[in-house]
Design a protein around this ligand. Structure first.
Ligand SMILES: O=C([O-])[C@@H](O)[C@@H](O)[C@H](O)[C@@H](O)C(=O)[O-]
Ligand SMILES: [Mg+2]
Length: 425
């Protein structure tokens, strides 16, 4: 029986906004602020655990309902946590009105920050890092990749930002040079699907010339047709480490996979456990990008890793714009996942360093040097909440005028005829 101190007493959810540059992708451009929700789970013992997730309005509504439903749960019983969240019915706008929390992946997305916060509590209670709860760290540093974006020089109506424009191969190479010099990254990913594929192929060739030893990846977020993807795959033979989501859907990916020489990777056609069986049967992908934010937390991401190992799939890690709690969780997970052998994605370099909500407990950890982050060995996630910063970023959320991410609507304000319907090429 759990002692009373182990039960969830209270859950606090604070939406925050942080500045984000105008990064371009296949569906539009990043808005001036990215949204996150900061989750605090307080146990009866008084120990508080932290989680971080998406901050869109629909997700916040689901998080708040889940928060109410987990009060009283034993923080060591993450199965019960998952059961309570999975049992919620979704009556919010945007739901499909059927049973359960819309879809398994939605329940996993809602569950994730609560599970992470409970693991943080467990680690703090035991005086052990979260990696120890996941089987132990198999590496003390986690590699991340340089995540390049085409971008506008600044948000329309504002001054140029500190990165400036990146709209052609030379500027992409300059951006990579900055990121590699500043953070030491040893792998490079280009977010594509923005310009005609031949321009993006030219950018990859320019990166290869400038960085002959860096593994390279390109990710057009399914903006290409199968014939286009096959052509690009042939063009980039011998140059790419993997080709990420060139086309939509498991069937389309399988057709491309049969025709191109390099492995295909995905964070779009395999995003829930239900997708694994058909993807494996069709031999659609060779690498899955895990992401604990939508796979149900760290424990379920470890289960994903084991499944990938069983079926001979490689494992990498996906990211979206995020703050320090997510970086800590991603780093613990990667450190405790032996078959996560690719450098992980992170949007970290695009964040203003002043915009965060955490204090790092152990100096020297959770900072990028040599393209990697040192894994904390302090209890829990190894980050504490900076309450002043939380209040500041919450105020920013209240005043920024954004309640949901919508890259397409923001892009259309400046290009009204923009149509992101895939395949764009
Ligand atoms: O931040 C972006 O614009 C990315 O395109 C992001 O939304 C994707 O989810 C992503 O990082 C990916 O597909 O790898
Ligand atoms: Mg991707």
């Amino acid at each position: 029986m759990p002692s009373d101190g182990d039960r969830v007493r209270e859950v606090r959810i604070t939406p925050v906004a942080f500045r984000d540059p105008p990064l371009l992708n296949a569906v539009g451009v990043h808005q001036p602020f990215a949204l996150r929700a900061i989750v605090e789970v307080v146990a009866d013992s008084g120990i508080t655990g932290l989680g971080e997730t998406y901050g869109d309005a629909t997700h916040l509504t689901r998080l708040r309902r889940a928060a109410d439903s987990i009060v009283g749960v034993d923080v060591w019983h993450t199965h019960e946590l998952a059961r309570r969240v999975g049992a919620l019915r979704d009556d919010s706008a945007g739901g499909d009105g059927t049973s359960g929390m819309v879809a398994a992946s939605t329940a996993d997305r809602v569950l994730s920050p609560f599970e992470v916060a409970c693991l943080d509590i467990q680690g703090r209670a035991l005086g052990r890092p979260v990696t120890d709860l996941l089987g132990g760290a198999v590496r003390d540093r986690v590699d991340y990749s340089a995540y390049l974006f085409y971008k506008w020089p600044g948000h329309p109506g504002s001054d140029h930002d500190r990165w400036g424009a990146a709209l052609d191969p030379d500027a992409i190479v300059a951006q990579a040079r900055w990121m590699v010099d500043e953070y030491g990254f040893t792998a490079i990913k280009l977010k594509a699907g923005v310009f005609p594929p031949e321009e993006e192929v030219a950018a990859i060739r320019a990166l290869r010339a400038e960085f002959p030893g860096h593994p390279l990846r390109i990710d057009p977020n399914a903006a290409w047709s199968v014939p286009t993807a096959v052509r690009v795959g042939a063009d980039l033979d011998g140059i790419l480490e993997y080709l990420e989501d060139p086309v939509a859907g498991i069937d389309g990916m399988a057709r491309v996979a049969r025709a191109v020489p390099m492995p295909l990777a995905t964070n779009m056609c395999v995003v829930a456990f239900d997708h694994l069986r058909p993807a494996v049967a069709a031999d659609a992908v060779r690498v899955v990008l895990s992401d604990h934010h939508f796979w149900g937390g760290l424990g379920r991401s470890r289960a994903l890793a084991s499944t990938c190992e069983t079926f001979g799939l490689g494992l990498s890690m996906h990211s979206n714009s995020h703050l320090g709690i997510s970086l800590a969780a991603m780093t613990h997970l990667a450190a405790a996942t032996p078959n996560l052998t690719y450098a992980c994605d992170t949007h970290w370099p695009w964040k203003d360093p002043a915009d965060d909500v955490v204090d790092i407990v152990q100096p020297g950890t959770l900072r990028f040097t040599g393209g990697a982050v040192t894994v904390p060995t302090a209890p829990g996630l190894g980050v504490d909440l900076d309450r002043d910063a939380l209040a500041r970023l919450h105020e920013q959320y209240l005043t920024c005028g954004i309640t949901a991410r919508d890259d397409t609507a923001y892009y259309r304000r400046h290009h009204p005829h923009f149509d992101p319907t895939p395949p764009r090429w």
